[in-house]
Ligand binder design. Structure first.
Ligand SMILES: Cc1ncc(COP(=O)(O)O)c(C=O)c1O
Length: 381
């Protein structure tokens, strides 16, 4: 089955009792048993719910994996992955990553005795320097947030395999439409479903997809034991959103390409970070592992003044100033004070995240309107 067909059909069967073509919202917490232990596969909705099962199977199919698990947020999914570890274990993570991931790693799990090393993974061989017998997990985001670096999933997967380390990829920015980390050697793929998968900025959810049965059963145990599961209404909304993922992503990529080139040639803009540029430092890796370059773009303004970034953000009209990304509508944000404020300034600046950096989530509106919006806001600088 090809991607668009999977997005619409995988995991989803017409309801056997009524023929309803859309998976019903099974708004129930529990299920009647004929006799103790004699049930239809559903006992309690934290453990299993049919609407969630349909979504989990659909997501597994999109990522070419065997097992899908949904969580009440992307961070709920990350929390479950780190709970695979024990005190004393070590994690190597990309140093340019979502601020909330950095926060849960350093402010929550370091207190439980797990050690994190944040490094640039652009040179995969560099990782080996940080590996010891306690290293149990490699965590990568690619494209990275917000600097749009690209990490070579296959190369890192080879290092992880050589040392018997679990390799997890946060695939939120790329989505399974653009990149399938399990096919490239990752053991775990994680999503903030809140973003492109949901696609309409109306749900907060997370997901994990794996191939390995043992890993799946450990994660399902944590999902049920810790309880960060989504409700059926949210699962329904995401199932509906995913049906247009391939069409939305094509338009996000098309608009992203136009906006990236527009910004690059603008006299007030300093640097534009988008992996589709031939002179992007990891362009060849992006071409190898992604099907297109996505709709996420960051750029800085000449002179690097925070006030100039604020002027642009306050004067954009179709790009709404808001946290999050991946919805049909365009959003803009200021990573230094919004999504990445939980990362100390020195750490931010080490990866080039300057105060004037603006991050755009380019939506699927008419691109001419988006360009005029940016032109008008930049004219105020
Ligand atoms: C790359 C990435 N990973 C994880 C998350 C966390 O997901 P959620 O907000 O659904 O908890 C986000 C949220 O912005 C993100 O951008």
């Amino acid at each position: 089955m090809k991607f668009g067909t999977k997005a619409i059909h995988a995991g989803v069967e017409p309801d056997p009792s009524t023929g309803a073509i859309m998976t019903p919202i099974f708004q129930t917490s529990t299920y009647v048993q004929r006799s103790p232990g004699d049930h239809k596969g559903y006992e309690y909705s934290r453990t299993h719910n049919p609407t969630r099962t349909a979504l989990q199977n659909n997501l597994a199919a999109l990522e070419n994996g065997k097992h899908g698990l949904c969580f009440s947020s992307g961070l709920g999914a990350i929390d479950a992955i780190i709970k695979l570890l024990n005190p004393g274990d070590e994690v190597i993570s990309t140093n340019d990553l979502y601020g909330g991931s950095y926060r849960i790693f350093t402010k929550v799990f370091e207190r439980y005795g797990i050690k994190f090393h944040f490094i640039s993974m652009e040179q995969p061989s560099e990782i080996e320097k940080y590996i010891n017998e306690n290293t149990k997990l490699i965590w990568a985001e690619t494209p990275t947030n917000p600097m749009m670096n690209i990490i070579d999933i296959e190369e890192i997967g080879n290092v992880a395999k050589k040392h018997g380390i679990i390799f997890a990829v946060d695939n939120t920015f790329a989505t399974p439409f653009l990149q399938n980390p399990l096919d490239l050697g990752a053991d775990i793929v994680m999503h903030s479903v809140t973003k492109y998968l949901g696609g309409h900025s109306d749900v907060v959810m997370g997901a994990i997809v794996v191939n390995d049965d043992e890993l799946a059963s450990k994660l399902a145990f944590i999902q049920n034991a810790c309880g960060a599961t989504p409700g059926p209404q949210d699962c329904f909304l995401v199932l509906r959103g995913i049906k247009t993922l391939h069409i939305r992503m094509e338009r996000h990529c098309q608009n992203g390409r136009e906006i990236a080139h527009f910004l690059k040639s603008h006299q007030k803009v300093d640097k534009v970070y988008w992996p589709g540029f031939e002179n992007h430092p990891n362009h060849e890796v992006a071409k190898k592992q992604m099907r297109d370059f996505g709709g996420m773009i960051s750029f800085s303004i000449k002179g690097n003044k925070i006030e100039d970034a604020k002027t642009v953000l306050e004067n954009l009209h179709y790009f709404s100033l808001a946290e999050s990304l991946g919805g049909v509508e365009s959003l803009c944000g200021h990573p230094a004070t919004m999504t990445h404020a939980s990362i100390p300034k020195e750490e931010r600046e080490k990866v080039g995240l300057l105060d004037s950096l603006i991050r755009l989530s380019v939506g699927i509106e008419d691109v001419e309107d988006l360009k005029s919006d940016l032109e008008a806001a930049l004219a105020k600088v």
